[in-house]
Design a protein around this ligand. Structure first.
Ligand SMILES: CCCCCCCCCCCCCCCCCCCCCC(=O)SCCNC(=O)CCNC(=O)[C@H](O)C(C)(C)COP(=O)(O)OP(=O)(O)OC[C@H]1O[C@@H](n2cnc3c(N)ncnc32)[C@H](O)[C@@H]1OP(=O)(O)O
Ligand SMILES: Cc1cc2nc3c(=O)[nH]c(=O)nc-3n(C[C@H](O)[C@H](O)[C@H](O)COP(=O)(O)OP(=O)(O)OC[C@H]3O[C@@H](n4cnc5c(N)ncnc54)[C@H](O)[C@@H]3O)c2cc1C
Length: 669
């Protein structure tokens, strides 16, 4: 063993000897229970040890077309393996089965940079479940699950992604043939972005403006066949293709689609919530927003997904920080592990704390989703606004924090973090996309703000409001600060959110009273309305974090770790946003000093446990896919081996030298 390898390995071994808690206990918490850990491990063994998921050369060295073909190969192999596995088949057969399989984060690692079947699994199948009638599910769902038909979710158009009511694609009912005529009237009406649409999918759920009997009833979902099931050729009457290279996700063949008076049967409208009868009569849904159901589901999924991406990044950064030695802390002494620098701890440890914050909050919003959909299936829509607001807020918060956390982790690895082989570029591009798709984050914050302001005004009138916003009026606004305990800090958060919401709402009213109409006033306050949404959602996350740790049955060792992480999360948030707390008197300058001192203590207390905590995430080296983050810490050899794989290194003198450099250098002429 080389001396360098020995040092890296023993650095990690020493870190692991410091472990003060039961790692398996923590792994079970991350997975959501002992059985879930066992289930995940069985499936990881089944998938990750299969050599067919290995790449012959790194995808970064492949052409656009080869990369697509390579990931499609693996994605199809994944579906084959789904259907061949008895345990998976049993799980898929259960009501929440597809969801539990899709929730397995490691599946994302089987394909590296997006997956041509992701939309099929993540949105097409859930839309059939959420928007299709039992007969429609009978027709398409089984075939979709088996991969006999592959679909996507085609909603966004070139001209409109955010503003769904502005979609231009039309679906006009023709009672004489009992068909809908799909049409793309303008260039901006071209469907643009759907994953897998370019070359993979032969079906799509298309969102189009429904016209019947001369009236437009807004966007509705239609099941549309795009390609011949035998030849895969695109059907006459439509044009479909890929939109070209992207920042990341370059193997998910995001596509475009245009219709020229393309006819589909009436029964292809997904009619669980609203119907068009044979004679063209429109039957209204209980709420027009039920057609947006798949987006709500995926927003919840993104909370888990972005958290999983951050988990990977912080595992890599923490292990690397333990094996990397740099500079002198004490003059003349050996170079310390960079993890010993407080500034490095401040990069890495808050990201570990964020992983748990997002995980616990995502579980809560996941529970809310299940509760709300169960009652919606019984016709009770009371929870819909609350679910919409929480899922929008948490999707925006988790995607933003995970993206910035991943970049902080990359920076914490210095130059090596910029290498593709570190995995950070891919993690970053995958994660930053979650800030845009499924509702651009600013737009989602404004949806939360709309709910907050309406709820605040209703609560002031004495009306009952949703549980997540009930704290906005009442004693919280005047709460006397007790202490800096968990409860005290949550009280301070509540007080500052209440103050911010009350102030923004009153300024909004003031603009109206000066003569601005509500919509202009809203726009003129929108920067601050976004802030209302952000502080409210942050409070939601902090509260759920504290509650989760209080409610979990934990050994003492682990309780200390999780409490410290939770404190670090809440305390750091307050320090970073101290202006919000000082401005309303929720905390004082001397409180801030005490919290800053506490933060230093928390970093020091958590530092020796950092490697063990990320070990407990139990992410296989295959999943991490990073020369910097592997379990054995053999960073330098891996860096070197990976560099040798570059096609440029296969020849000492590249062909391009003869073509371009030699004439310039006037060598050998
Ligand atoms: C338990 C679960 C566990 C899960 C576990 C794990 C599962 C894993 C699963 C998968 C995993 C991971 C991911 C991987 C990758 C995916 C790959 C990439 C996919 C990317 C796909 C896409 O990217 S696909 C396109 C998405 N494209 C949008 O996302 C458009 C945004 N744009 C809008 O969404 C609307 O345009 C917008 C702004 C609301 C305005 O809509 P609008 O104009 O109609 O409405 P207004 O603003 O006028 O509001 C009028 C009233 O409607 C209320 N309301 C509005 N929406 C509502 C709603 N949804 N539900 C209820 N209520 C709603 C509102 O609150 C108002 O209520 P009120 O009047 O009472 O105040
Ligand atoms: C990787 C990726 C995959 C995707 N996959 C799919 C898919 O499978 N299917 C699909 O249908 N779509 C897909 N999309 C499209 C995606 O859902 C949209 O891009 C997204 O909803 C944002 O809409 P937009 O592009 O129209 O942005 P815009 O709305 O044009 O946003 C541009 C700017 O305008 C601002 N803005 C817009 N409206 C408002 C407002 N009301 N108030 C204040 N500011 C506003 C935004 O904040 C933003 O800063 C995908 C996109 C990406 C990047």
């Amino acid at each position: 063993m080389s001396i360098m390898k020995q040092q890296c390995v023993s650095d990690l071994e020493n870190e692991r000897k410091n472990c003060s808690f039961d790692k398996e206990e923590l792994t079970n918490i991350v997975d959501g229970g002992v059985e879930k850990t066992q289930f995940r491990r069985r499936l990881e063994e089944y998938f990750l040890r299969d050599p067919q998921f290995l790449d012959s050369i790194g995808p970064d060295y492949m052409s656009h077309e080869d990369r697509y073909a390579n990931e499609l190969r693996k994605a199809c192999h994944m579906i084959h393996k789904f259907s061949e596995n008895e345990e998976i088949n049993q799980v898929i057969g259960r009501p929440d089965g597809v969801r539990s399989i899709m929730g397995l984060g490691f599946l994302g690692a089987l394909t590296r940079d997006g997956n041509p079947l992701q939309l099929h699994l993540g949105m097409f199948i859930p839309t059939l479940i959420g928007q299709g009638t039992p007969e429609q599910q009978e027709r398409w769902l089984g075939r979709a699950v088996l991969g006999e038909i592959i679909g996507t979710y085609a909603q966004t158009e070139m001209g409109h992604g955010t503003f769904l009511r502005g979609l231009e694609t039309t679906a006009t009912y023709d009672p004489s043939t009992q068909e809908f005529i799909l049409h793309t009237p303008t260039i901006t009406a071209t469907k643009w972005w759907p994953g897998g649409l370019g070359k993979t999918a032969n079906y799509a759920v298309v969102m189009a403006q429904l016209f019947t009997k001369g009236h437009c009833y807004g966007p509705h979902p239609f099941l549309v066949q795009l390609r011949d099931e035998k030849t895969h050729q695109s059907l006459p009457g439509l044009t479909v293709g890929e939109i070209g290279p992207r920042l990341g996700m370059n193997t998910s063949d995001n596509g475009f689609l245009r219709f020229d008076h393309f006819r589909i049967p009436r029964t292809n409208m997904l009619m669980k919530h609203s119907q068009v009868l044979e004679d063209g009569t429109y039957v209204k849904p209980l709420s027009s927003k039920l057609a947006y159901g798949t987006m709500v589901y995926v927003r919840v999924g993104i909370c888990f997904y972005s958290c999983h991406l951050l988990q990977k990044a912080v595992t890599i950064a923490t292990r690397y920080s333990a094996v990397r030695h740099q500079s002198e802390m004490l003059p003349g002494m050996p170079e310390p592990q960079i993890l010993d620098y407080q500034t490095q701890q401040y990069k890495v440890l808050p990201q570990i704390a964020t992983v748990f914050a997002l995980l616990f909050a995502a579980r809560r919003v996941g529970d809310t989703f299940i509760e709300a959909t169960t009652s919606m299936n019984k016709g009770n829509l009371a929870m819909l606004p609350e679910l919409h607001a929480i899922s929008c807020g948490l999707k925006a918060l988790s995607s933003t924090d995970s993206t910035s956390g991943i970049d902080i982790c990359r920076l914490s690895c210095g130059g090596h973090g910029y290498l593709a082989s570190s995995s950070f570029p891919r993690l970053y591009t995958l994660c930053t996309a979650t800030m845009t798709y499924e509702g651009e984050n600013t737009v989602l914050w404004l949806q939360v703000a709309r709910y907050l302001i309406k709820s605040y005004q209703a609560a002031k009138r004495g009306e009952v409001v949703g549980p997540s916003v009930a704290y906005l009026v009442g004693k919280n606004t005047t709460e006397i600060r007790a202490d800096l305990s968990d409860a005290g800090l949550l009280g301070a958060c509540r007080k500052s959110v209440c103050a911010i919401v009350a102030e923004v709402e009153s300024r909004l009213q003031h603009l109206c009273s000066k003569g601005q109409d509500y919509h202009h006033a809203w726009n003129n306050m929108s920067v601050f309305l976004v802030k209302c949404a952000q502080v409210h959602t942050r409070y939601y996350v902090c509260e759920k974090y504290v509650q989760a740790i209080e409610n979990l049955k934990l050994s003492d060792g682990l309780r200390t770790i999780l409490r410290n992480l939770c404190r670090l999360y809440v305390v750091n948030h307050i320090i970073v946003h101290q202006g919000d707390f000082l401005r309303c008197g929720a905390l004082t300058a001397s409180d801030m000093k005490a919290l800053e001192e506490e933060m230093g203590d928390l970093l020091a207390a958590l530092r020796p446990q950092a490697v063990s905590i990320v070990d407990a995430f139990d992410l296989d080296d295959f999943i991490l896919d990073s020369v910097l983050g592997s379990k054995d810490g053999n960073v330098y050899q891996r860096l070197y081996d990976e560099a040798l794989k570059s096609p440029l290194n296969q020849k000492d003198v590249p062909d391009a030298y003869y073509k371009y450099l030699r004439p310039l250098m006037k060598a050998n002429l």
